[in-house]
Design a protein around this ligand. Structure first.
Ligand code: FE2
Length: 179
């Protein structure tokens, strides 16, 4: 049965594994294999980025996407593991090219799915469904202080990541009616 404190302890232990990102992915896969138990611990009822654990080497977030919510392309400059415990999160990937970044495929993540993202991944995320999506995101570093980039959704022009802008998106998603 999913227990949040045990999950955090297991993630921290996984970072000392010889292959930390794979070890974290396994911990996360075990957790989201019980989506109802995770939902009881981390209810997905409003858009939010909730800090479950933060250290210089590991960040664990509860991320809830509002219905139809989307976020502009951005990078993390550290590896990430994303596990879905309710709803759906669609990722569009981008790669760097001589003239900026270009779209480069994507993936749909459903309940119980876990995806690993590399250090240089650039992605945009959308919740395509008319319901909240609950996810646990684990990052191999300090998600909140790492200097990184975001990209204009239309022009893909690069600029420094603005955490306040991202948080404002979640705030306005809660203010908007969900249909
Ligand atoms: Fe991201």
């Amino acid at each position: 049965m999913f227990d949040l404190d045990t999950f955090i302890t297991d993630c921290i232990a996984a970072t000392t594994d010889t292959q930390p990102r794979l070890a974290v992915k396994e911990v996360l896969a075990r957790a989201v294999a019980e989506p109802d138990a995770v939902t009881r611990a981390l209810p997905a009822t409003r858009a939010e980025i909730d800090r479950i654990h933060a250290s210089p080497t590991l960040t664990i977030l509860k991320v809830v996407w509002a219905p139809r919510m989307r976020i502009f392309p951005h990078d993390h400059r550290m590896w990430a593991a994303i596990g879905i415990y309710g709803g759906q999160e669609d990722n569009t990937f981008f790669r760097r090219a001589p003239e900026g970044v270009v779209a480069s495929g994507g993936t749909q993540l459903h309940e119980r799915d876990v995806a690993l993202l590399g250090d240089d991944t650039i992605h945009a995320v959308v919740n395509p469904r008319p319901r909240f999506t609950g996810a646990i995101h684990v990052y191999g570093g300090d998600f909140f202080t790492q200097p990184r980039s975001e990209f204009d959704p239309d022009t893909l022009a690069e600029q420094p990541y603005n955490g306040e802008r991202a948080l404002a998106l979640f705030k306005s998603a809660n203010a908007a009616p969900h249909g």
